[in-house]
Design a protein around this ligand. Structure first.
Ligand SMILES: [Zn+2]
Length: 358
């Protein structure tokens, strides 16, 4: 009797187990298909990568760049647009060094710009309409940016010069204080936030319609920018401090203040901003945890993604731009609607771009 029972149980289980597996993979396939449809129909934008320097000089050895972004990889991952920043670390601030930084950044920018202009796959986007029309034409949009206002030196006319070159967003500082403001990673408060020159830079960026990127800025700098800027600001690649205590991440009151003025918190994907776990355990779920947190604090209209690819970004499951859909799949599993994903992926940023091109 017992034997018969066990035997029938085994038979029953062998019937159930494959069925369960089958059911699970069906569900997985439906998420994959849904994500594919969403990426086809909505605009998808990544607000920060450091890939431009790699395009210019693929043979250079850089510590964090891994070749995580190419135009074909973006197409494969269903990523329509990205802010490609010309990055420069903070150096000495004497006149000769400022000039050298300015020359280097302008040269890199113009070389990258001409690379894009000669590509069949991508086009420069200067405003929201360009991003939309590029998508319709099947082209990747490149939005030009600077990471660090260092190349401006103390010369306010440089802001307009870079605008004319096509720059539409500037991260006002990097890890160390510059002539514009104090940085979040610097150990000393030099200006107590924005410098007098920094206030002029904010005004000038507003006048021209350049997005002020507050990632890397100190808390006091952020407060000064929010008080001064007439346009919403963007933290192009920052995480949530309440989840991971890191000086580069944003505290709850900072997230609220950015959102209250219409701005965006674009979650970074560098593992040090996301979690204390070892590298092999930091996954797309950790990125989604930060997104969830910002969404529940200030709403879906104030959150997006800034991968920081080739600048330290990337996790297990989203190692390159070719894997962007995995984030959508994770958010779908968490119950995000198509409407929410449309805001998250692009509409929020397009709203910011429109505000800057009036
Ligand atoms: Zn950065």
């Amino acid at each position: 009797m017992y034997r018969v029972f066990v035997k029938s149980l085994i038979v029953a289980m062998s019937a159930i187990v494959p069925l369960q597996l089958h059911a699970q993979s069906d569900k997985e396939i439906s998420y994959i298909k849904k994500a594919e449809r969403i990426h086809k129909s909505v605009i998808t934008i990544d607000t920060h990568n450091d890939t431009a320097l790699n395009f210019n000089d693929p043979d250079a050895t850089r510590t964090v760049a891994k070749g995580q972004v190419t135009f074909p990889m973006m197409s494969e991952g269903g990523l329509d647009a990205a802010f490609f920043a010309i990055y420069i670390g903070q150096g000495p601030r004497d006149e000769a060094s400022n000039k050298e930084a300015n020359f280097y950044v302008a040269d890199q920018l113009l070389r990258f710009k001409s690379y894009v202009e000669n590509s069949d796959l991508a086009r420069i986007a200067y405003n929201a309409e360009d991003v939309r029309s590029n998508k319709r034409a099947g082209k990747i949009s490149v939005i030009l940016a600077l990471e660090n206002g260092y190349p401006f030196g103390k010369d306010i006319s440089q802001v307009e010069r870079f605008y004319r070159y096509g720059v539409r967003a500037v991260t006002i500082c990097h890890n160390y204080n510059n002539d514009i403001c104090d940085a979040s990673m610097d150990s000393v408060s030099e200006h107590g936030g924005l410098s007098p020159f920094g206030y002029k830079v904010v005004e000038e960026m507003n006048r021209l319609g350049i997005i002020i990127d507050v990632s890397h800025a100190s808390s006091q700098t952020l407060a000064d920018v929010l008080e001064t800027s007439k346009l919403p600001v963007v933290a192009s690649h920052s995480g949530v401090y309440s989840i991971k205590n890191h000086k580069r991440n944003l505290k709850d009151d900072e997230i609220r203040a950015i959102a209250a003025r219409g701005g965006l918190i674009q979650v970074a994907t560098g593992r040090f901003f996301l979690s204390n776990k070892p590298k092999s355990e930091v996954t797309v779920k950790d990125i989604a945890d930060h997104i969830d947190y910002v969404r529940s604090l200030v709403g879906i209209k104030h959150v997006g993604i800034g991968t920081d690819f080739d600048g330290g970004g990337g996790v297990v499951g989203m190692e390159t731009a070719a894997k962007m859909r995995n984030l959508t799949i994770e958010l779908l599993k968490r119950g995000y609607s198509k409407r929410e994903l449309r805001f998250f992926w692009g509409e929020n940023l397009l709203r910011i771009l429109r505000a800057h091109s009036k």
